[in-house]
Design a protein around this ligand. Sequence first.
Ligand code: KDG
Length: 318
Amino acid sequence: MIDVLTIGESMVLLDPLEDGPLTGVSGYRQRVAGAESNFAIAVARLGLLAAWISRLGADPFGRLVRRCLEAEGVEVHAAEDPSAPTGIYFKERLAPDSVAVHYYRTGSAASLLRPEDVPEDLVGQARLLHFTGISLAVAGRLPEATLHAVELARKHGLQISFDPNLRPRLWSGDEARRALTPVIRDLDLLLAGEAEIQLLLGETDRARLLADLRRRGIRVVVIKRGAAGALVASDDRLVEIPPARVDQVVDSVGAGDAFNAGFVAGHLRGLDLEECGRLGGVVGAAALAGTGDYETIPRWPEARHLAAGEGPHEVDRT
Ligand code: KDG
């Protein structure tokens, strides 16, 4: 049984050795990143079985992505495409919370993932499918493949979680609204940044926003509010999650994926909404501490400990 299945593009991340404009940096550290694989890695670190569906270039970068995910315990279901490359992107860290991204991913192998590449038997073995708006924003066939995975997940009775993950470099607000509004319905979990869900639904009033989401059949709504914490709403509960303690903000990219993983890991273990929110908060906060997207994410015992407010304890992060 797979706990969490996800689908999307991962890229080699060229992470600058220094902060500031890329015209001035002396070099890059090679890493791996991608919202859905960040999520899968974090879920695996939190002790659950995660699988990731994608497509990789038949190139050293594709091998690097596969090796990195497998080393983190994620089951990789990705064919190698001999005629399309693995995508690459650069981060440009102007400030910890102002990180620009530069993509070299047009025509990448992952963007060409087709519906028939999504193995139905694999979907049938999973408890939850997690997908994000990035997979629907990429030009190519990945959006179609992702929506097919969602259809299969419904057919097989999986829980479904979704994060809009708006990326302005991939599409405009209007394009995102057109594509994502129909997707935001009949979900078990919606995990969204406050500004992005307000933009997508054209509503800033909290009560009206939550009522709209309830009408759309969203069972649990999680609104991520950054330094203000989070709000978790279900049919009968509305819980304010205070912000987790943040020791250091080095780079905010990937923190949302980490929050999602903490929340979902708690949810799949049957924890109460508030505990799930606290787990999301501490796992998200941990991701802020490093320049990579996921490297500083804790393992389950440490995450539980932090969420219980007992303070950090030493664990092996290798
Ligand atoms: O959430 C983090 C992602 O934005 C990052 O890893 C890169 O997947 C990525 C993307 O498409 O922007």
